[in-house]
Design a protein around this ligand. Structure first.
Ligand code: NAD
Length: 472
């Protein structure tokens, strides 16, 4: 059976469809979905624009629905984790952590309903008083990737809906079944159907949504190339844009680092979900005095990783999302070998029908090379040797991206001393790159975003506009 778009509008039966398949078993179909285009997008935006009642409800009532959506996620956590593991190949324990994190986000965002809605000012006007308050934007578009199919949409959906917007969401074509499950949770939590429409499809549907005149703002997470295209189209018609894009994140290992700790957090950051995270550690920049010992420890840890079935609790690394992802990693590793760098351990694809490869540790990567520069989105870690701290900082900053950097040092002052010199939106000390709290702004610099962060109170900034009221 084909799952049709989840919108409050009469739809003709889908003439075009696509399948979502399991990365671990590509012959297994998770579901068949209607493939949307400009017509379905136009219907979805019109239906969302008609859902005006949602904006008129009190924010406390909307907050209660956000809270209930989080509770429903916890109730269905095991099923959701299994679905994520099947549909995008994320190891099931990691998938469970994603669901819990999404529920925590709902708890936090629901709490924002009880913050001040505005501010009272003195005024030169007749009543000597004016106030500002925040109003919804109207219909907003959300376009998301496949790698956090519950977590990332939720970061956007929860604040967008809390603040009274109606949403049209174009989920990734590689995670539509998880999107349908999340939509059902919102409706069960009491969200009126018109307030959230889901159009399934690929780039064509996403591009049509960005171009729709009725869409006031676009929140996009995905690749830098697509984000830049979206920004140009949205800006041309005056729509607000939030872009969360790619990364080439480094762990900077200083001479006084605890190498046990550094090894653990680097391995976790580089290989959890097969390195398929915008926050993944894809470069280690280590100063010369600790480089060789760190390489030996990392090689040992990489060699011990268990690659396999994402539904098995003991699996460290599951499959990559598709065959093209494995082929791309193989191409990069092949080029690296001919560059004079060495694959110390791993890298080989695993025979069988799923999209599996062993995590690769690559030694002696030159700072300007492809492996040091381009986002690969695979479990491939580039080690780059730096003569000293100054050289290390230059290497860390030497890519077009600027998302996460972790500094490993036994001196906690290193964070405050070095962060001003690091061109990253998020800088950490002795902590894995791949984690972020829901109440703190989340966003990358340079090619990793457009400096419009999400989460925390930053989400309220994006999903509302200010109205100023003068009393007379
Ligand atoms: P992608 O850019 O290929 O696709 C993302 C979404 O955009 C999908 O829904 C896709 O259908 C849609 N899309 C594609 N072309 C479009 C177009 N021209 N107009 C409108 N929509 C279009 O990314 P992906 O492969 O799904 O995800 C991986 C990328 O996402 C990586 O670069 C990763 O770093 C990034 N990412 C960033 C963050 C973050 O928070 N910064 C988080 C997760 C993933």
């Amino acid at each position: 059976m084909t799952q049709d778009h989840l919108i409050e509008a009469r739809l003709a039966p889908a003439t075009r469809t696509f399948d979502s398949c399991e990365p671990a078993h590509p012959e297994r179909v998770v579901g068949t979905f209607a493939l949307g285009g400009a017509d379905e997008v136009a219907l979805a935006v019109a239906a969302a624009a008609a859902a005006e009642d949602w904006a008129r409800r009190s924010i406390l009532e909307r907050g209660e629905i956000v809270r209930r959506a989080g509770a429903a996620m916890r109730d269905r956590a095991a099923d959701l984790a299994t679905l994520i593991a099947r549909e995008v190949g994320k190891p099931v324990l990691e998938a469970g952590a994603e669901v819990e994190r999404a529920a925590v986000t709902c708890d936090y965002v629901a709490g924002q309903a009880r913050l001040a809605e505005g501010e009272l000012y003195a005024s030169d006007g007749p009543a000597a008083r004016a106030l500002t308050w925040r109003r919804p934007l109207g219909v907003v578009a959300i376009i998301t990737p496949w790698n956090f199919p519950i977590g990332l949409p939720l970061w956007k959906l929860a604040p967008a809906l809390l603040y009274g917007n109606a949403v049209v969401w174009k989920p990734s074509e590689q995670a539509p079944a998880t999107a349908a499950a999340l939509h059902e949770i919102w409706l069960d939590a009491g969200l009126p159907a018109g307030a959230l429409g889901v159009v399934f499809g690929e780039a064509e549907a996403g591009a049509a949504l960005v171009a729709e005149e009725g869409v006031a703002a676009v929140s996009f997470t995905g690749s830098t190339a697509v984000g830049r295209r979206i920004a140009a189209v949205a800006a041309a018609r005056g729509a607000a844009v939030q872009l969360e894009l790619g990364g080439k994140n480094a762990v900077l290992v200083l001479g006084d680092a605890d190498l046990d700790l550094a090894t653990r957090l680097i391995v976790q950051g580089a290989t959890s979900y097969g390195g398929q995270k915008c926050s993944a550690t894809s470069r280690v920049v280590a100063v010369d005095t600790v480089y060789d010992e760190l390489r030996e420890r990392l090689a040992h840890a990489f060699g011990a990783l268990r690659v396999g079935d994402p539904l098995a609790a003991e699996t460290d690394v599951g499959p990559l999302i598709d065959a093209a992802a494995v082929a791309r990693a193989q191409r990069y590793l092949g080029a690296a070998n001919s560059d004079g760098t060495t694959v110390v351990v791993g890298g080989e694809p695993i025979d069988g029908d799923g999209h599996f490869m062993r995590p690769a540790l690559v030694d002696g990567v030159a700072p300007g090379s492809q492996l040091a520069w381009e986002e690969l989105f695979a479990p491939v870690l580039a080690m780059i040797r730096a003569a000293d701290l100054e050289a290390a900082i230059a290497i860390v900053n030497g890519t077009e991206y600027g998302f996460f950097t972790t500094i490993c040092s036994s001196n906690v002052d290193a964070l405050l001393e070095l962060a001003p010199r690091i061109d990253s939106g998020i800088v950490k000390h002795n902590t894995v790159t791949t984690a972020a709290d829901p109440h703190l702004p989340f966003g990358g610099w340079k090619a990793s975003g457009n400096a419009v962060p999400e989460q925390g109170l930053a989400a309220r900034e994006f999903f509302t506009r200010t109205q100023t009221l003068y009393f007379g």
